[in-house]
Design a protein around this ligand. Structure first.
Ligand SMILES: [Mg+2]
Length: 299
């Protein structure tokens, strides 16, 4: 098979470039071919993957969730879609963790050389494609508000500091939701959508039982309670994303949400848009490589 390795030289703290020789050596032991492309600027990989989709069998993406999201958006705008394989090297690597791929490159390549790919759902928020999460409200800006300088210095802890700062703000926004011919409206402090039960490096075991190939997405509306809403929100997270009595949890393949024009939405940790949105799930839209254990659990 023909692989294109795309990597983001500014992802995470370590320099991915130092792994290239090792990767080329592993490929030389097989019949597979590999080309290598280094990202030149933000969104570069989106353009490159749209153009190169038809020339390759596998896109190997080295970086964090943001890098994967760029490649996904490029691929989805191309008719032929290569299989997606990840080499996590960012600060936030939730998508790779969901697929059971860790930072051990040799072990990951073994999966790509030997395992059969699986079909996976792709979600869409307005025009942007995403794989694993959508969020608005409290905590949702953290992933892109943290400066690269802080990530370099503190690593994952930079996100924790930003989260603590965010908790001092007051959040409250109205939403109207349409799904499966039903309507509801409420006032939220946060909306969190997940395709599995992992987000922000946490495993929310009580969030859902969702699969990555069922064509469905899950949205949790964390309502603005009259009192102690911060404490209630934290308690839900501490208990693995357990649903609180007043909150709403919906499962569907399409949600239409109306809200204030200043409400920001984040997909896969990247800023997407403000205001009203439509979320859709395309069943089994791409092929990905995953570890045997994760294939059993999520597919
Ligand atoms: Mg699902």
């Amino acid at each position: 098979m023909k692989f294109l390795l795309m990597y983001n030289p500014v992802s995470g703290r370590a320099n991915f470039k130092s792994n290239l020789a090792k990767i080329i050596k592993e490929f030389s032991k097989t019949n597979h071919e590999i080309d290598i492309y280094e990202s030149k600027e933000p969104k570069d990989l989106e353009k490159v993957s749209a153009i190169e989709s038809k020339h390759y069998d596998v896109f190997l993406v080295a970086g964090g969730d943001g890098t994967v999201n760029e490649v996904l958006n490029g691929m989805m705008n191309s008719e032929k879609k290569p299989i997606l394989g990840l080499l996590p090297s960012g600060t936030a690597n939730d998508i790779a963790a969901i697929l059971g791929i860790n930072k051990n490159i040799k072990r990951s390549l073994k999966i790509y050389f030997n395992e059969k790919p699986v079909e996976m759902d792709v979600n869409q928020l307005n025009e942007r494609y995403f794989l694993y999460t959508v969020a608005s409200g409290i905590l949702s800006r953290i992933s892109y508000d943290v400066t690269r300088r802080h990530i370099k210095k503190y690593g994952y802890f930079a996100y924790v500091i930003e989260a603590m700062k965010d908790f001092s703000h007051d959040y409250r926004y109205p939403v109207k939701v349409k799904y499966d011919h039903q309507y509801l409206s409420c006032e939220c402090v946060m909306i969190l959508g997940l395709s599995t039960n992992r987000v922000g490096g946490m495993s929310l075991v009580n969030f859902s039982e969702s699969k990555l190939n069922d064509g469905l997405f899950e949205l949790r509306f964390f309502k603005r309670a009259k009192s102690f809403w911060r404490f209630r929100l934290l308690s839900s997270f501490i208990r693995g994303g357990k649903k609180l009595r007043e909150d709403i949890h919906l499962v569907s393949s399409k949600f239409e949400i109306e809200t204030s024009s200043n409400v920001e939405w984040n997909v896969d940790g990247e800023y997407a848009c403000k205001g009203n949105i439509v979320i859709k799930t395309q069943k089994k839209a791409i092929k990905v490589f995953a570890s045997p254990k994760r294939k059993k659990r999520y597919f």
